[in-house]
Design a protein. Structure first.
Length: 185
């Protein structure tokens, strides 16, 4: 439901380009969380983040964020017991119907969610501290039809359909010849 507040201990997926994190860096950079309306997919509805349309766009590193009070109600480290209402984040479900996303008007995304609010350093730190690198998806593997696990791998060694047809016809001809030879003996 649009506007539903996502409870603590739920997971969100954020898709980023692998170049955002150097290979040898384990720490997730805060800069990837700076959007005032940070777009994510809610795991409750996105069971296969590897199939997201973001993967085809080159955002094939999936970050998994754990929703928690540290993100929703960040504190100023200089005044940890004093709340910072201006920094509070609203973590809400924001499903997109076809045509609502101007960048991808043909796509419906029922898992789309937002972390809404002003992103100060302490907020982006809280999000980064509650995130992990979930998966780096091979960009050469694309998924078609969200209901089926049909994988099309770009493999240079794969036989083309013309090659397969020629091999099949050759085998059929050889079987016919073999049958003719066996019957004539």
């Amino acid at each position: 439901m649009k506007g539903e507040i996502i409870p603590n201990n739920e997971f969100l997926f954020k898709y980023v380009r692998p170049s955002a994190l150097p290979v040898d860096q384990e720490e997730i950079p805060h800069g990837i969380f700076e959007d005032k309306e940070l777009s994510c997919d809610w795991e409750r509805y996105q069971k296969n983040p590897e199939r997201s349309y973001h993967i085809k766009e080159g955002k094939n590193l999936i970050i998994k964020i754990t929703v928690c009070d540290e993100i929703k109600y960040p504190c100023n480290p200089k005044q940890p017991k004093q709340s910072q209402p201006a920094w509070e984040q609203k973590v809400e479900h924001d499903p997109l119907a076809k045509g609502e996303d101007l960048t991808h008007p043909e796509i419906e995304n029922i898992s789309h969610s937002l972390i809404k609010g002003l992103k100060r350093f302490h907020v982006t730190s809280a999000i980064a501290d509650n995130s992990v690198k979930y998966k780096l998806v091979d960009p050469n593997v694309q998924f078609q039809n969200n209901d089926k696990l049909s994988i099309i791998a770009s493999n240079k060694n794969r036989l083309s359909s013309v090659q397969i047809a020629i091999i099949t016809i050759t085998i059929i001809i050889l079987l016919i010849i073999l049958k003719y030879i066996l019957h004539s003996c």
